[in-house]
Design a protein around this ligand. Structure first.
Ligand SMILES: CSC[C@H]1O[C@H](OP(=O)(O)O)[C@H](O)[C@@H]1O
Length: 398
């Protein structure tokens, strides 16, 4: 992957929150491991480049992962000299999509997008005689994901801001806490949970956004990245969300994850809003580690707790959160400073448990905000997601 490097700059002069830069036949991904101090784009030419960029977390965030994967294959397909049949082109694309899904298995958006794209190319190949028609249909569908995501995020922002203003005390000045990064850097633009914060701010009712550092961090899988990128690559809340909030001039405060309960105890939080990597059919939600403890604190302090995510984050094939596989990360993230990239700080020989995600049970979630509208509770312990879908015109309940 060749790189395009611009001079390092502070947030004030960095003018981009665009994680994905695409034009037909070309894809560049903002290297989020270098933010906030350096803006660097990596040139992505193949699905293999896309797989590595997702695995090494050049690009991260459930929606952004799916879009980056689809577009990396679109670029390869567009530039490919292919002499096979229409059926052969479909097989080529399907094999690459299955490979891309293996880059980061937890977030459902990637596997959901791959399933839909595989179905598309199979259907086109059944009637097409020219492989170019199959490749073109794939490229068109992958490009549509990029455009649709921003439109959906703005709908999430609208539905979320409207619902929060209608259901919160003192709706004229809201202080809201968020975790990890769910903004433009985690999507094709605007964001999900952070998109709701943007919409509240645009509506003039946001008093302050609080963002947690989000420890430890997602560690790169290769020795080179772990050891060469040490000073720049950790902590998605302090590095990415704080960067977005300062970039947009939104009043915001960074806190340690461990300070969140005390902030709520002080009465300084009117609501908590987070993203999602995978939501089960009953509303149980997997998200970055630390989300569950925020939900427990919010429940104790009677602070509403919202999940904001595109509907594609809901995995209706699993009934509850205990079926969601949670990745565990390297012990080095806790044994060494800088999330595993610096000096040893913990005693050698100590055991480590380091899950990267946790599951918040539906009974701790106030509402799930999607682009289709806000899903409220069917009972204390579950959400009626299927019924919600059946009430939405044109929804697919499969
Ligand atoms: C809209 S991003 C949702 C979700 O994805 C992030 O995971 P990662 O940064 O490891 O890709 C994080 O859990 C966000 O809340």
């Amino acid at each position: 992957m060749e790189v395009e490097r611009s001079a390092s700059a502070d947030v004030a002069t960095v003018n981009t929150l665009q994680s994905i830069c695409y034009s037909r036949g070309s894809l560049r991904l903002l290297d989020q491991r270098k933010l906030p101090l350096e803006t660097l784009y990596l040139d992505i030419r193949t699905a293999a480049d896309g797989w590595s960029a997702i695995r090494e977390m050049v690009v991260r965030g459930a929606p952004a992962i799916a879009i980056a994967a689809a577009l990396s294959l679109a670029v390869e397909a567009f530039n490919l000299e292919f002499s096979g049949t229409a059926a052969g082109s479909a097989s080529f694309l399907i094999e690459k999509l299955d490979y891309l899904v293996s880059s980061r298995p937890t977030a459902v958006n990637l596997s959901d997008a791959a399933t839909k794209l595989k179905s598309l190319v199979k259907n086109v190949a059944e009637t097409a005689s020219d492989p170019k028609a199959v490749f073109q249909a794939y490229v068109d569908a992958a490009e549509a994901m990029l455009v649709d995501d921003v439109t959906e995020n703005k709908k999430i922002g609208f539905h979320g801001a409207t619902f929060i203003r209608e259901n919160i005390k003192n709706p004229e000045k809201i202080s809201i806490l968020t975790h990890c990064n769910t903004g433009s850097l985690a999507t094709a633009g605007y964001g999900t949970a952070l998109g709701v914060i943007r919409s509240l701010n645009a509506g003039g009712v946001l008093k302050r956004a609080y963002c947690t550092e989000t420890r430890p961090f997602n560690q790169a899988s290769s020795w080179v990245l772990r050891n060469l990128l040490a000073p720049r690559y950790n902590l998605q809340g302090s590095r990415l969300t704080a960067f977005e909030l300062v970039h947009d001039k939104i009043p915001a405060t960074l806190i340690a994850d461990s300070a969140a309960a005390a902030l709520m105890q002080a009465g300084r939080v009117n609501a908590v809003i987070v993203g999602a990597d995978r939501i089960a059919a009953n509303g149980d939600t997997a998200n970055k580690i630390g989300t569950y403890s925020l939900a427990v604190s919010a429940s104790h302090h009677e602070v509403p707790f919202y999940v904001a995510a595109p509907f594609t984050s809901i995995d209706q094939s699993i009934l509850s959160g205990d079926q969601i596989v949670i990745e565990e990360r390297s012990a080095k993230e806790l044994l060494y400073s800088h999330g595993g990239l610096g000096q040893q700080v913990a005693a050698s020989g100590i055991a480590v448990w380091n899950p990267a995600f946790d599951v918040t049970p539906a009974n701790l979630i106030t509402a799930i905000i999607t682009e289709k509208g806000v899903i409220t509770k069917a009972s204390a312990n579950s959400f009626a997601i299927k019924e919600f879908l059946e009430g939405v015109p044109g929804s697919n309940t499969n």
